[in-house]
Design a protein around this ligand. Structure first.
Ligand code: CAA
Ligand code: FAD
Length: 385
């Protein structure tokens, strides 16, 4: 066992850190306020190969490992979690799902431009449509239907909370074909946003990750050719679960980045702010907060890297990705709240960034499976249920 990053990993980490400082930091407060999608940043991330990091180069990807992905996600998320969620969804939910379970035709047609993040010079990214107004944590209760019409499926229903909802060109949609079969009646489909019957509806006005575009998507008699089904008939729920296991490494790394970003800001501030005749870092109450922050960041990072290492070594990572997500997201919430406290009143205003990190942290405990859902996955695994 060794805990050192390779030269290559260090280079990727540095590239991501530089990108976050030079491309994400400028305008991050304004984009948050205006709920502006970071299109320019995503286009540039695509140029770096960060929108299809783990995809085989033969499908347009960068061919990197999951460790590299964790490192890049942490660095981008330290500065701009609205950009990193878009990156996470495209990399782990969309590209990975297609590469692992798509046909050769599906990969050539969709995965290649998705991994490159562009097609004909325009932004080309994906979204993952599992959640519905009445099927969130209880994801098998899909109300969206996919009626088998012979050579095509007819999709009808409402998906909500969809990240990249209006910016994506391609949707991976889960829908129920045979309710009698329960989760085994669910299918997954590749749907193009511009097909007849697809409507991008309301955009959410959110507490955090306000630059990310979250929409309701309406599907009304959408004809999906059979060749756009992913996997065998009835594979849709397993597809979603297997894909989410990797997605949770992405969101855990996002939470890690928010946590480490907030910690670094608090550390720097404690060295310059004076109260009672000395820098506040000399007060033990502040030192203990910093000590706890540093410890939780380190533990979250180790859990993320362990899950990534397992994925890279073909070891079942369902348990470790849920552990990483629940721990890192709770660390992010706690650390960002304490970082606001260390900043005093300055922490409560936008210029100091920590209030945004605190708002952004909250979503990491909710999406891609709430903390309660992660505990369900973990307890079922350790109890063998
Ligand atoms: N891999 C493979 N198969 C799996 C699996 C996994 N990780 N997890 C479950 N399955 C299979 C089960 O084995 C079972 O199949 P069999 O009947 O053949 O045994 C089937 O799927 C149904 O599983 P469960 O009985 O465990 O289902 P459940 O109703 O008890 O639900 C759950 C389990 C873990 C709570 C699941 O519903 C879940 O993960 N819910 C959360 C949904 C979620 O994470 N949504 C995220 C949406 S995307 C998103 O949020 C993106 C973003 O924000 C950026
Ligand atoms: P519910 O499932 O109704 O849960 C409500 C509360 O009850 C939670 O605290 C939950 O943990 C708890 N709870 C539910 N069941 C149990 C149980 N069995 N045991 C204990 N506690 C339980 N979805 C997508 O498909 N694609 C996306 O791109 C996407 N992006 C999102 C972006 C944002 C900004 C948000 C807010 C959500 C996004 N989601 C997306 C949806 C997200 O995955 C769901 O919100 C999440 O899975 C929770 O579902 P819910 O909101 O319906 O809450």
């Amino acid at each position: 066992m060794q805990f050192q990053l390779s030269e290559e990993h260090l280079m990727i980490q540095k590239a991501a850190r530089d990108f976050a400082q030079n491309e994400c930091l400028p305008g991050v407060i304004e984009r948050d306020e205006k709920q502006q999608f970071p299109k320019e940043q995503i286009m540039k991330l695509a140029e770096l190969g960060f929108m299809g990091m783990m995809v085989d180069p033969k499908y347009g990807g960068a061919g990197m490992d999951t460790i590299s992905y964790v490192l890049a996600m942490e660095e981008i998320s330290k500065v701009d979690a609205s950009t990193s969620v878009c990156m996470s969804v495209n990399n782990s939910l969309v590209c990975w799902g297609l590469e692992a379970f798509g046909t050769e035709e599906q990969k050539h047609k969709y995965l290649t431009p998705l991994a490159q993040g562009r097609k004909d010079g325009e932004l080309y990214i994906g979204a993952f449509l599992l959640s519905e107004p009445e099927a969130g944590s209880d994801a098998t209760s899909q109300r969206t239907t996919a009626e088998d019409m012979g050579d095509y499926y007819l999709l009808n229903g409402t998906k909500n909370w969809i990240t990249n909802g209006s910016s994506a060109s391609v949707y991976l949609v889960m829908a129920q074909t045979d309710p009698a079969k329960g989760s085994k009646g669910i299918n997954a489909f590749i749907v193009e946003k511009n097909w007849p019957g697809v409507t991008v509806a309301a955009k959410e006005n959110k507490l955090g990750i306000r630059g990310s575009d979250t929409h309701t998507i309406l599907l009304t008699d959408v004809k999906v050719p059979k060749e756009n089904r992913i996997g065998e008939d009835g594979f849709g729920f397993k597809f979603a679960m297997k894909t989410l296991a990797g997605g949770r490494i992405g969101i855990a790394s996002q939470a890690l980045g928010i946590a480490s970003g907030a910690y670094e800001l608090a550390l720097a501030y404690s060295k310059q702010r004076k109260a009672f005749g000395k820098e506040i870092m000399h007060h033990q109450a502040i030192q203990f907060k910093l000590a706890d922050m540093a410890t939780r960041v380190e533990a979250a990072r180790l859990l993320c890297l362990k899950a990534a290492w397992e994925k890279d070594n073909n070891i079942d990572y369902t348990l470790s990705s849920s552990m990483a997500k629940v721990f890192a997201s709770e660390a992010a919430m706690w650390i960002s709240t304490e970082a606001v406290q260390v900043h005093g009143g300055y922490g409560f205003v936008k210029e100091y960034h920590v209030e945004r990190l605190m708002r952004d942290a909250k979503i990491t405990q909710i999406y891609e499976g709430t903390s309660e859902v992660q505990r369900i996955v973990i307890s079922r695994s350790i109890l063998n249920k």
